[in-house]
Design a protein around this ligand. Structure first.
Ligand SMILES: [Zn+2]
Length: 431
């Protein structure tokens, strides 16, 4: 007892000492003013606070390689003629000159994840779901380490429509991706961003919500039943990371969220057919949940996220009949599109696809094309990257980053993750 109390006192004294040292350092630094701290509003009296704001916004666009946008904003601003603004414009022009067009023959990897495990103890608690989580999910800590590795290895986030877009006559065309030498584009996506009913109580985030600033964040109920708000899954974690490292994102792009409809979207039970008044499990807040989910989706889209259909019912497109695919597509348009917006991207469930590597043809493809789909993604972890541009669509293969893939890597059965991160380093010892 006594020793413990003494120990606490020692810690308290140590804490006090550290605090005093910090205060002393602050005092000394203040004494040395004026220092040229890197804060954006260095006290240049010639630059108004409005102009400084324009400069800050432009600086962010420039950090994300969008020099055209940055220069345009500065040229159109009130203070465009001022020396400081002119100097910044010149710098951005030079940096833009140094960019190189990405060779469209070069591979562009696409990695995908499911919802991230926040509480490993509850996910891996040995119940019927544990093995599934171990196989298909990545933990928050693992994911954060992966992001760090990707960034340090010079990857830059793009979305599929940064890579290809329909031109004036509708032909899908590679876009001019301009990056500094050495930087490499890649796509990240998250499947099944619904916080399915079965995950309840297993240590995952609950839903995506907007915080007081209107930013997208999660709610999460911890093991003690307390509801927390913060970054507990991929979307806000990437938002945070890009906030800190804007140059990890190309022109503000973040990733693609693939959503089904049968359990609603983004953690809200929004499906009228599943949760309407006449259903088996009516959601009394259906309308309010639909509205909230829609606001979250709007904020995500404004912040660099795209949405994809993952089919309404998590269909295996290869095994399903054309008729079922058709009713499913319509249901997605009725129940999901009003919330996340219409989309031209189809991320197939079960890693399925319409065909092998040969260009798409046939009735299912014709149907999806008529419904406006132009971007398709399957799963193929046999290679670092694979993509296909046809006049009618752009298709990309994705690598599933999950427990199974990481175990394979640790056992030397695959080296497909080597380019992206150090599996041994990031692999959770609680798995
Ligand atoms: Zn899925």
């Amino acid at each position: 007892m006594k020793r413990k109390r003494l120990g606490r006192k020692a810690y308290w004294l140590m804490g006090l000492t550290v605090m005093l040292v910090v205060l002393a350092v602050i005092y000394v630094q203040r004494g040395e003013e004026p220092t040229s701290h890197s804060s954006s509003s260095d006290d240049d009296p010639s630059v108004s606070s409005e102009q400084q704001h324009v400069l800050d916004v432009a600086a962010r666009d420039a950090a994300q390689y969008d020099y055209d946008q940055a220069i345009r904003q500065l040229e159109e601003s009130e203070g465009s003629a001022q020396n400081k603004t002119q100097a910044v414009i010149d710098t951005y022009r030079q940096k833009k000159e140094a960019l190189v067009s990405w060779d469209s023959d070069q591979p562009i990897p696409h990695l995908f994840f499911h919802s991230l495990i926040v509480d490993e103890q509850r996910a891996f608690d040995g119940d019927g779901m544990s093995q599934g989580y171990r196989d298909y999910m990545v933990t928050v800590e693992e994911f954060q380490a992966i992001l760090k590795d990707l960034y340090e290895r010079d990857y830059v986030l793009v979305t599929m429509d940064d890579i290809a877009q329909p031109n004036a006559d509708g032909t899908m065309t590679y876009q001019d991706l301009q990056l500094p030498p050495g930087k490499k584009p890649m796509v990240l996506s998250q499947d099944d961003l619904s916080y399915y009913e079965y995950m309840d109580g297993d240590g995952f985030a609950d839903k995506l919500i907007l915080d007081e600033q209107g930013d997208v964040t999660n709610t999460y109920v911890n093991a003690n039943g307390e509801t927390k708000q913060g970054s507990y899954d991929m979307v806000p974690l990437i938002d945070d990371f890009v906030q800190e490292h804007p140059d990890f994102s190309y022109h503000g792009s973040k990733g693609v969220a693939a959503v089904t409809g049968y359990n609603g979207v983004l953690g809200y039970r929004t499906s009228a057919s599943e949760y309407g008044p006449d259903s088996d499990h009516p959601n009394p807040d259906l309308k309010a949940d639909q509205q909230q989910a829609q606001q979250v989706a709007e904020a995500m889209k404004a912040d660099g996220w795209n949405f994809a259909s993952h089919t309404w019912g998590h269909l295996n497109v290869q095994e399903t009949s054309l008729a079922h695919l058709q009713t499913d597509t319509q249901r997605w348009k009725e129940e999901v599109a009003p919330i996340v917006g219409d989309t031209s991207t189809m991320i197939f469930a079960f890693g399925s696809d319409l065909s092998d590597w040969h260009p798409y043809h046939g009735a299912k493809y014709e149907w999806l094309r008529d419904q406006g789909y132009r971007y398709f993604a399957n799963v193929d972890a046999s290679t670092e990257a694979w993509k296909q541009l046809e006049p009618g669509y752009f298709r990309q293969a994705r690598i599933n980053v999950d427990g199974m893939r990481m175990r394979e890597a640790l056992q030397g059965q695959t080296d497909v993750l080597d380019a992206f991160f150090d599996v041994e380093d990031i692999y959770s010892d609680q798995r």
